[in-house]
Each structure stands twice: as structure tokens, then as C-alpha cells.
Unconditional design. Structure first.
Length: 195
């Protein structure tokens, strides 16, 4: 029964998609550098506007932990493969990151936030996302050093929305490295040049 429904709906889906613009993002979160901590991992997500629909792929995930012994770079090589359809370019997709590290007691400790836009031009791109952390007082840093934890945002959407970011005092932390291949389709039919 399911295959019959899909066969009858497939031409309708294809006809609808042929009218819409499509963006396919394939690549990887390579890793992170310039962090003081080891045993790093990253929680990531993609945010796009209301006109953007996911055709296929995951919009969020988490990397494994890497503890580099002889390098300043933590390597994750976490795959990204997501396919969007859209009716316009408003709300172009952007990555957001939360970098964490696991301490000697196995506790997950927050390190930093970051976000970057997916490149609008088709092709291969190397992207770097500089991350930040809310600045804490001396008392908070003392507490964090001995007990763990640290300041975090109440609303993680502030990572990429930027509405209240201007009020935050932040410290730069490290860099998340990405390698992305962006494929765009049907933008020219709507008079949009993405290169």
C-alpha cells in the first residue's frame, strides 16, 4: 500500500520540486583548533527560514570526542549531507555550533558557541567559524575552575539570531573548521544569481 501511494505521489513531488529552488550541502565538520581544552566534541545544527524545507538529511547532530596527543587541532571529520528546497533566498541556511569538552571525571563541560552562513555560491568552500563564550566574572571563573560548568545562554537561538547579542560581553575561544560543497539548482529560473 505504501509503495502505491509513493508511486502516485512521486510525480507530484517532482513537479513541485521543479518549480522550487534547491540547495544541496555536502561536506564535513573537519575539526577545531586554538582551544585550550582537549577531549573536544561539537553539537551542531542548521537553521533556515520558514520557506526552506528539508528534502533529505539531518539538520542537527553531534561529533565524536577527539583528544589530540601531538596536534593543536581536534579532528572530527563529521559528515554533513542535507538537501533543501525553497521558494526564496530569505532565511539562507546557517550552521550553529556548541563546542564542549569532556573533563577528567567524564563530565561534559561547555566551551563555546559559534555560527556561520552556508556560502551562497556553488562549489567547494573551506569555512572557518570563530567561536565565543559569554564573559564571566572572576567569581564565576573561580567556580568554573573548581566545580566545572560555566556561563551559558538561556536561549540557544541567540547564537544565530543576534537579536540580543549586542548586549553580551564575550571572549573569543577557538575556531571550528568546515569543508562544504554547495550545489544550487533552479535559482536562475527565478532570476537569482548565486555565483
Amino acid at each position: 500500500m505504501l509503495s502505491i501511494v509513493f508511486v502516485t505521489l512521486y510525480p507530484k513531488i517532482q513537479k513541485t520540486l521543479s518549480k522550487m529552488c534547491e540547495v544541496h550541502i555536502i561536506g564535513q565538520i573537519v575539526g577545531a583548533s586554538e582551544f585550550k581544552e582537549n577531549n573536544l566534541f561539537c553539537k551542531w545544527g542548521l537553521n533556515a527560514g520558514g520557506n526552506w524545507k528539508i528534502i533529505e538529511g539531518l539538520k542537527e547532530g553531534q561529533t565524536q570526542i577527539d583528544n589530540p596527543l601531538d596536534s593543536e587541532m581536534s579532528y572530527w571529520c563529521h559528515p554533513i549531507d542535507i538537501h533543501y528546497a525553497t521558494k526564496g533566498i530569505q532565511g539562507w541556511p546557517k550552521f550553529y555550533f556548541q563546542v564542549w569538552h569532556q573533563d577528567n571525571y567524564g563530565r561534559d563541560q561547555f566551551c563555546s558557541y559559534g555560527f556561520c552562513h552556508v556560502p551562497t555560491s556553488s562549489g567547494y568552500h573551506k569555512c572557518q567559524c570563530v567561536t565565543w563564550k559569554p564573559r564571566s566574572s572572576i567569581c564565576d571563573r573561580f567556580y568554573e575552575y573548581f566545580l566545572g560548568g560555566g556561563l551559558q545562554l538561556k536561549n540557544p537561538e541567540n547564537i544565530y539570531q543576534g537579536l540580543d547579542r549586542f548586549r553580551l560581553q564575550t571572549d573569543t575561544m577557538g575556531i571550528v573548521h568546515l569543508e562544504l560543497n554547495v550545489i544550487s539548482k533552479n535559482f536562475h529560473k527565478h532570476g537569482i544569481v548565486t555565483n
